[in-house]
Design a protein around this ligand. Sequence first.
Ligand SMILES: C[S@@+](CC[C@H](N)C(=O)[O-])C[C@H]1O[C@@H](n2cnc3c(N)ncnc32)[C@H](O)[C@@H]1O
Length: 253
Amino acid sequence: MAREAPPDAFGNTAREYELGRPEWPEELIDRVVGELGLGADATVLDLGAGTGKLTRALVPRFARVIAVEPDGAMRTVLEEVVPGAEALFGSAGAIPLGAESVDAVFTAEAFHWFASDETVAEIARVLRPGGGLAIFWNVWFGETEPPMGDAVDAVLDEAFVRGGAPGLPKVLSGAWRQPLERSRFGPVHEAEAEREVVRDHEQWLANMLSVSSIAAQSDHDRLVLATRLRELVPDGEYRWRIRTVGYWTRLDG
Ligand SMILES: C[S@@+](CC[C@H](N)C(=O)[O-])C[C@H]1O[C@@H](n2cnc3c(N)ncnc32)[C@H](O)[C@@H]1O
């Protein structure tokens, strides 16, 4: 079986993650929030919150936003950039909240790392009856415009082979659905949004360095890669089309 990058890779590159990764599309968040019937008075949890890329979109929408993240480096950035959220150490297997304490659990670019019968039961434990689970992933990335060129693609391909498969194939396999199907959650619904993201040279580079299979490599290997990419990628603005999928389901009332 192909080697996989570990889910705890991200802390190595928390600053790059924050600089490079795109925000989540507002209209898709609105759609999922509406479908789950969440009002402004809701208490919500962002699970596997990272540097708070999704958390920052939840804070203006809800009365109370709790962000649970196991990695200290990611949490430090989150506390800096999203002071309106309550950041807590914890994981999907051990959420540091009481039973039936939140109206919804959100999780972005993370559920595939921890989806299991145990974590789904733990998510159900903290949700009030009828509460919602919302799951987001970026599932497709178009060619960068202007194109990066064969030399950059070759350097990245080599880095991905060295670092193991990134998380996307795990998402696309749909294996994350199985624990939900065996759980107290109802049917899973989905909607998607496509958008263009603009990245400058440093943001593009930071995004690449934050991909799990590259983030998991040694500091030396990442530095060599960053230096090589900096040489190869001309300064400028890069446009990128990204497709994002939002899934939602409700706990049995
Ligand atoms: C790709 S990042 C996504 C971060 C953020 N949600 C976002 O939208 O950018 C995945 C995050 O999941 C966290 N993670 C990994 N294993 C986890 C687990 N078992 N429970 C909760 N979070 C976990 C990682 O530390 C990392 O911050």
